[in-house]
Structures are given as structure tokens and as C-alpha cells.
Design a protein around this ligand. Structure first.
Ligand SMILES: [Zn+2]
Length: 333
């Protein structure tokens, strides 16, 4: 699996590399393709990353200054105090028979429940994990001590900051790719969990009756993990896709953007083959969680589930990520 991806990534780099010099026309072509793929349902994603892609080559572009999402608090000094709770707290919600939202207003954490315990996808911030994940699961009638695994999509503070708390309080196993464990070791933030399980490309995680499949999709970080998760709506099976890292907040790094684009091409094929018809993201602006959770609360029996968007829409989401990355490549000299 890893080997075939390496071959693919090289092919992707060569393919994208042909259009080497900065090309406004090429950039606009990819932005137009991304806009088309976004339709009306992925505007949040398009607005964020295609705008970022357009400006990636300019001094203020690329989102490199988004320190809050960075893995480390650089520059020394004490860490900034956590923001006030009213600025980030969201109520937990049941989304599928076996999937619960326990994230914040902007940053998501998803609990997959099984007969043998809970798999948590992302651990949000160090300051919010106890409130949202620990407290949220209790509010939902679940037991946070049942968290067996915490799958970290990537080693940035907004998704990995709470892992240490869950590791220390509940003995939860923390899962991250090797590259992102290494990233944490290099940056050594105070919220770093002890190195634990290493996710490999194509690896499956089975707990009880549920099997998740994880893919290493480098780009946003070099060890970003995307996953495919079976979920059930009143007993009806669906497949959820989670693209593990989205923004181009690593600066004007052409090779990195090409790697990102190749990962997106590959993950689009994976979700197509898996028949994924549900999208879950780790930022609420990207998957429409701010609309969809309130919509779920109003849902009448027998009506469509707001998170079931269909295979075409799931694939279009990944296409937006791919095309915006290619636009960013074209924007660079
Ligand atoms: Zn990130």
C-alpha cells in the first residue's frame, strides 16, 4: 500500500511539475474547477482554501501566521491564556446511531461508539477537551472512560491538544502517523502526549463490530491521516469520509502543495471505491456542522439525514481540496 502510494506520489509530482512557472491562467483554471466542484454545498471549503491558494505566493498569504493552529507555541514565554468558554463551547450531539459530535464551535471531535468502547477522532484543544469530550460524552449518556483509541488526524494543537489529557486520565491509546509523532517531537509542545501507536497507510482499526480504515495523506502536515468510517442511520449503513487536514498554512512550499494535491487525488479514489456518502470534517465550517447539527435536531422521521450528502458530493469535496492545491502550485513562481 505504502509502496504503491510512493509510486503514485512521484507520478503526481511529475504530472503537476510540468506546469512549472507561475501561471495566472493555470491558477484561474484550477480555481474555476474548484468552484464548479464546490457547487453550493462546499462553499466554506472553497472560500477558505482557494483564497489561501491564490495568495500563497504573496508575503501575507499562505496562512503561515495562524499560530493558534500550529503545533507549538514558539517564541518562548508562557502560553497565552485559553479563550473564554463562551467563545468556543458547543453542545454535544448524537449524529448517527454510532457517531457523536463532541467538538467545539469551530473544531470538531467525533466519537465512534462500538460494543467494545469508543474511538475518538481528534482530541481538540488542551483547554477544551475536558469540557467537550469528557463532559460532552457524559451529557450524552456515554462514559469517557470507554475511550479506547484516539485517532489524531494531524499533530496541530487544534486537533491533538487534548490527547495527553485522554491518555493520562483514561489510558486511551493515541494513534498518529510516524511523521506527525516526529513533528511533535521536534516542536515538543507542553501538550504533547507520550508517543504511542503509529498509524500506517491503509491500516485498519477494529473495535467491537466497527472497522475504520486510515490513510496517510501528506500535505497539510506530512503525516496527516484521513479515514473512512462506517456509520448507521436508524440501522441503515453509510460510509463517512474524513479528510484529515485541509488548509495550506505551511507557507509557499511548492513540493508540499504538490504532495497535498496528489494525496487528494488518491483519497478521492479511495472514497469513491468505498462508496462514501457522508462527509465529516475536523473544522465545522468545512462540513456544514454549524447548520447540520441544528437541522438534525429538527429532523422528522423518514426525512433525509443532513450529513448524508451522497458519493458525488463527498468526491467533489476532495476535488475542491485537490484543485485549490493545484491553483496554489500555479500561483507560485
Ligand atoms: Zn492543522
Amino acid at each position: 500500500m505504502a509502496k504503491s502510494f510512493a509510486a503514485f506520489a512521484v507520478a503526481g509530482l511529475i504530472g503537476v511539475g510540468l506546469a512549472s512557472a507561475q501561471s495566472p491562467a493555470e491558477m484561474e483554471k484550477h480555481i474555476a474547477a474548484a468552484r464548479l466542484a464546490a457547487g453550493s454545498d462546499h462553499v466554506g471549503l472553497f472560500d477558505r482554501i482557494c483564497a489561501e491558494g491564490r495568495t500563497v505566493g504573496t508575503p501575507r498569504g499562505g496562512g503561515a501566521g495562524r499560530g493558534a493552529a500550529g503545533a507549538g507555541r514558539r517564541g518562548g514565554g508562557p502560553p497565552p491564556p485559553p479563550p473564554p468558554r463562551e467563545s468556543w463551547h458547543a453542545e454535544p450531539a448524537k449524529v448517527f446511531d454510532n457517531l457523536y459530535y463532541v467538538g467545539m464551535t469551530e473544531y470538531s471531535a467525533w466519537a465512534v461508539t462500538t460494543k467494545e468502547g469508543i474511538i475518538l477522532i481528534d482530541a481538540i484543544y488542551d483547554y477544551s477537551v475536558e469540557d467537550e469530550v469528557d463532559g460532552g460524552l457524559r451529557k450524552l449518556g456515554l462514559n469517557p472512560a470507554d475511550i479506547k483509541y484516539v485517532l489524531i488526524s494531524h499533530a496541530h494543537l487544534d486537533h491533538a491538544g487534548g490527547a495527553k489529557f485522554l491518555q493520562e486520565k483514561y489510558g486511551a491509546r493515541i494513534m498518529m502517523s510516524a511523521a506527525d509523532w516526529d513533528l511533535l517531537d521536534q516542536q515538543n509542545p507542553p501538550w504533547k502526549p507520550k508517543r504511542d501507536m503509529v498509524v500506517t497507510d491503509g491500516q485498519q482499526l477494529t473495535l467491537g463490530e466497527t472497522t475504520l480504515t486510515m490513510y496517510v495523506t501528506p500535505g497539510h502536515t506530512m503525516g496527516t491521516v484521513s479515514s473512512v468510517v462506517p456509520v448507521f442511520d436508524n440501522g441503515r449503513r453509510h460510509i463517512a469520509a474524513a479528510w484529515g487536514g485541509t488548509a495550506f498554512n505551511f507557507g509557499p512550499d511548492k513540493a508540499r502543495l504538490q504532495t497535498y494535491a496528489a494525496s487528494a487525488t488518491r483519497f478521492r479514489d479511495i472514497v469513491a471505491k468505498a462508496g462514501a456518502d457522508v462527509l465529516i470534517a475536523n473544522h465545522t465550517d468545512f462540513d456544514g456542522t454549524k447548520r447540520k447539527i441544528p437541522a438534525l435536531a429538527q429532523r422528522k422521521p423518514g426525512t433525509p439525514h443532513p450529513y448524508v450528502i451522497g458519493p458525488d458530493a463527498v468526491q467533489r469535496y476532495v476535488t475542491v481540496a485537490n484543485e485549490c492545491a493545484q491553483a496554489a502550485v500555479a500561483a507560485l513562481p
